[in-house]
Design a protein around this ligand. Structure first.
Ligand code: ZN
Length: 242
């Protein structure tokens, strides 16, 4: 069983009626609900909990962390960001959703501004799969069509993805690299664009499938991870006294 922790800032849902209508229990609870339909062990964590719900115990018990944040990126403490960063380098998977592109943890892992163009205009979008043999698009057709999503447009200031999985098209003429994978240290990261708080994207079956697939893709392997630091020679070194 893959241990998933769904982290949500959980602010819009408390203050904005339009958001509460779409996600009455919070975005994290909707994501947790569809993940529980599959074979995942799911817990949730939110910003206003002690240590943002991301204690050392929770993180060491997490195979894959899902991250949704928007208005309160700066309220996430640097100490917790450092803790999550360390776990990613150790091998924990990280799925960063929608406006999480500007979260401290994603920006730290990317090393760039992660900025982009945006527009909230109830536009439809077409999310084209551009890596058809990839595990993340298993069960998905050539594209996912969403009736409403926020426009995110290029240029998206990220490092060149290790793998590009989706490119989105918007009616205004913009395009966006909406599904990208990265490896950092021993960890795997997937960024996925859908999920604006006033639109029901996390009820869309294809969006749900992509998130589930991405969890399976970025969960830690049973591989042997390297030990870093001083290393004893495996062979006898000529001329060097032990
Ligand atoms: Zn948004």
């Amino acid at each position: 069983m893959i241990q998933v922790t769904v982290w949500n800032e959980y602010r819009h849902e408390k203050t904005d009626e339009a958001v509460r209508k779409v996600y009455p229990e919070g975005i994290h609870q909707q994501i947790a609900a569809f993940l529980k339909e599959d074979n995942f062990t799911v817990r949730t964590a939110t910003l206003d909990e002690p240590e943002h719900g991301l204690t050392k115990e929770v993180l060491s018990d997490t195979d894959v962390l899902i991250w949704w944040g928007h208005v309160a990126h700066q309220e996430v403490s640097d100490e917790i960001v450092e803790r999550v960063h360390q776990r990613v380098l150790e091998g924990m998977g990280l799925v960063v959703l929608h406006s999480g592109h500007m979260s401290k943890i994603f920006m730290k892992l990317m090393g760039t501004s992660c900025d982009l163009k945006w527009r909230e205009a109830s536009e439809n979008c077409r999310i084209w799969s551009v890596n058809p043999s990839h595990q993340i698009v298993e069960g998905i057709g050539e594209y996912i069509e969403l009736e409403k999503e926020e426009m995110y447009g290029e240029h998206f200031d990220i490092p060149a993805p290790d793998e590009l999985i989706f490119i989105s098209w918007y009616p205004g003429g913009e395009v966006f690299r909406s599904g990208c994978t990265y490896r950092r240290g021993n960890g795997k990261i997937f960024y996925f664009q859908p999920g604006h708080e006033t639109y029901p994207s996390y009820y869309n079956k294809d969006v749900q499938k992509v998130i589930k697939n991405s969890i399976r893709w970025c969960c830690p392997t049973r591989n042997v991870y390297p030990k870093y630091g001083h290393h004893e020679p495996l062979e006898k070194l000529g001329g060097i006294e032990a």
